[in-house]
Design a protein around this ligand. Sequence first.
Ligand code: DNO
Length: 402
Amino acid sequence: MSLIQSWRWYGPNDPVTLQDVRQAGATGIVSALHHIPHGQVWPLEEIQERKRIIEAAGLEWVVVESVPVHEAIKTRRTDCALYLENYRQTLRNLAACGITTVCYNFMPVLDWTRTNLAYELENGAKALHFDWVDLAVFDMFILQRAEADKDYAEEVVQQAREKYRNFSEEDLQKLSDIILMGVPTEGSVTIPELLQSIDIYKNIGHTGLRENLAYFLESIMDVCEETGINMTIHPDDPPFAILGLPRIATSKEDLLDILHRVDRPANGICFCTGSLGAGSHNNPVDILKAVGHRVYFAHLRNVLKDETGSFYESDHLAGDVDMFGVMQELVRINEERELPIPFRPDHGHQMLDDLHKVTNPGYSAIGRLRGLAELRGLEMGIARSMNQTDLHEQRHDTSSRH
Ligand code: DNO
């Protein structure tokens, strides 16, 4: 049984069509009802309609990414009960349609964060980039967060000051738009909103956020267990505290803490090699070995870090993440499962013909097609050689018994 080769599809408005996805060779779709405002119940009919479209194209909707967790829940605001009830209802509706793997994240306010969405590589392709100096420019001079400079290395602060001096209004606006943008289609936050949230999270802190996550999980576990849903938390991207906001899914310790606090099979992980791999404190293969029993979904991509910890998204098989090691472990875990684990090539370079198109950052077709093809080949090679080794060992066993 192979892994389910999947593809994130943003829905009927995605410039990449389901036919394109089929040509890329994926069989599973990862999708969400992005048009429904955070916190509202996803109506059964709309889920059915999305499923119908996906199936009409000969594909299967295997994972929901994401059912967003409303800020009221993350911050455990006084009105959070309402949002928890809505979340529970959305899960019931999804399960009624047979979709039982749900991805979510617990990152405060912002989802994934980059400072450049079109970082040009030597070969002319474009990648997503995270640069500490640019983040410091944003934090110190645009956001003007109190004592922001204390959170960066001395050289980063120096370089940020210098860069700021040379930045035009337009450069600043561009940087700000990129950082404030979460997932395309889910809208951006404004500077005043972000500052306000930073204050709220200051009071919650790291410990409080961990407790709020456990409270969220405990509040939905009965629905998950009744309906067969597995929740998968996406690691924080990047995997460190930024802009003074706490982060609680950044490392092996964090993930183990999440699994132990709510120690139920439905409390699972979306194993994202790129998010975890961006932290020099992380070894993705080692992490997968520790939490693999609860991994129900995987995002596979690679990153290359420099000495300051800034990074860009590199080719899927070439970077700091040992993709061979990850795939080997994933194939091994999958062998023991009744239901295969879906993985998707997470992000891809904007390349070839896509350079002339307007695409969702990270989600153009051709770069992901390349990633999927490489990962699929890697999977096949590993699975075959594992089976051959098994066969060889079996033969060896029987012949030695004679
Ligand atoms: C970025 C994605 C994230 C992810 C969410 C999951 O491309 O990996 O946006 O979908 O964080 O909730």
